[in-house]
Design a protein around this ligand. Structure first.
Ligand code: NAP
Length: 336
């Protein structure tokens, strides 16, 4: 690696192709040199389009000498295995969320990374790069509003792909709030719970929708997250942090306002892929620079682990019907 990171991408689905476009066009410090996918034709098509080398398996791509760093954008259950394989080869790896399906798999990744002696893993919690969330974090950390006391958040979706399940509302959807809330508050979770509410007739399958996730932190802050996975009026992400001396709200994306027909109106996004598009750009621009500097600073294995432990506790509470403790191991110094 001199002045370019040669990236291999595993998973050429929707987000994989979008990230390849991003790395190629908007991140001058990267070259996408290799691709793989569970469906060979999907990777072959992308390989032809971008002049990258096609690999039949993720493992072969990871071992390839021309690959400096790996981007994992395959399906959730494959993430942990590929991350561990990258660490075997001492390679940088950017893993889309979630880092793993369970906290125990995250712990395995942490042990493997600790054995490498430096941070090699970054997790795709891109909201931390969104200008709105970043401004909220800065304001809260500045202290003018006093200590943060609680967060009210909502994650509303229009639809889901076929095969969606109740747990995915936590592991795939609310996982973003599980990360961003602890990042905004600068604290770890103490308890987690999911509450039953009246169910929406708009749900196109058998899963529970909506769900309300309740968390407490070690310093006693409280977080409520409304998770609507189907049938909502738009893709709408809301977040309000209530502090001692004021509140801070996540701004809505910029939209043109119309005054006509005796109405004041503006469009609300319905497509998730547009909402954080700039955040993904910034996320990868900073990641590439960090890899070249041999010093990762973005969301870590610890952050992936913390979100997974909380998700596990939320899902357990659905079975037990009561708040569950969020039990984390001691934080290794590498992630301080
Ligand atoms: P997708 O369109 O289904 O793409 C996933 C691709 O990876 C598919 O082509 C899939 O093939 C392939 N794949 C599945 N298992 C694989 C394996 N073991 N090895 C190699 N390739 C494999 O899904 P997506 O929407 O792009 O999502 C991909 C990942 O990105 C998911 O983990 C998702 O959670 C994450 N994501 C993150 C964000 C974010 O906001 N940060 C947004 C979107 C997605 P098959 O179709 O045969 O399974």
């Amino acid at each position: 690696m001199e002045n370019k990171v040669r990236v291999g991408v595993i998973g050429c689905g929707a987000i994989g192709r979008d990230h390849i476009r991003r790395l190629t066009g908007l991140v001058p410090e990267t070259d996408v040199v290799a691709v793989a996918d569970f469906i060979p034709e999907a990777a072959q098509k992308v390989a032809g389009q971008y002049g990258a080398k096609f690999y039949a398996t993720g493992e072969e791509l990871i071992a390839a000498p021309e690959v400096d760093a790996v981007l994992i954008t395959s399906a959730d259950p494959s993430h942990a295995g590929y991350v561990l394989e990258c660490l075997k080869h001492n390679k940088y790896v950017f893993c889309e969320k979630p880092l793993a399906q369970t906290a125990s798999d995250c712990e395995k990744i942490m042990q493997a990374e600790l054995a490498c002696g430096k941070r090699l893993v970054q997790v795709g919690f891109m909201r931390r790069y969104d200008r709105g969330y970043a401004a909220m974090k800065e304001l809260i950390a500045g202290g003018r509003l006093g200590d943060p006391l609680m967060i009210h958040a909502a994650h509303r979706n229009v639809s889901q792909a076929p095969g969606f399940e109740t747990d995915y509302a936590i592991t795939r959807v609310a996982i973003h709030e599980l990360d961003i809330s602890r990042w905004l508050l600068g604290d770890e979770y103490a308890t987690a719970q999911v509450l039953a509410v009246r169910q929406s007739k708009a749900t196109k399958g058998e899963w529970l929708n909506p769900q309300v996730v309740m968390l407490t932190t070690k310093s006693g802050q409280r977080i409520d997250i409304e998770v609507q996975t189907d049938g909502a009026y738009a893709y709408d992400i809301q977040c309000q942090v209530v502090c001692e001396n004021g509140t801070v709200n996540l701004p809505d994306p910029a939209a043109v306002v119309t005054r006509a027909d005796a109405k004041y109106s503006f469009d609300i996004l319905t497509d998730w892929s547009q909402r954080f598009i700039e955040a993904y750009d910034i996320e990868f621009q900073q990641w590439a620079k960090a890899v070249l500097a041999d010093h990762l600073t973005g969301p870590s294995t610890w952050d992936g682990y913390a979100a997974c432990v909380a998700a596990d506790a939320v899902m357990l509470s659905r079975k037990t019907g009561k708040p569950e403790n969020v039990n984390m191991i001691d934080k290794p110094a590498l992630y301080a």
